[in-house]
Ligand binder design. Sequence first.
Ligand SMILES: [Zn+2]
Length: 67
Amino acid sequence: MKRTEVMKAAELIIEKIDAVTYCDDCKKEYATVTYGRICPYCKSEHTWLVRGNEFVIKEIEAADEEC
Ligand SMILES: [Zn+2]
């Protein structure tokens, strides 16, 4: 029981750590899953995904379309 809970928690943590966004304005990195595309430090939208799992990358690319 407890071992299963630990494994689930570990999976969630890994996903959160994987997705990191870099802010081009204040040159900081932050957790993509927590703040999305808006930088929590300077509220800039000039951010790009440094690394993340494929699911997160797909979501961000879809929302980042510039026509
Ligand atoms: Zn910023």
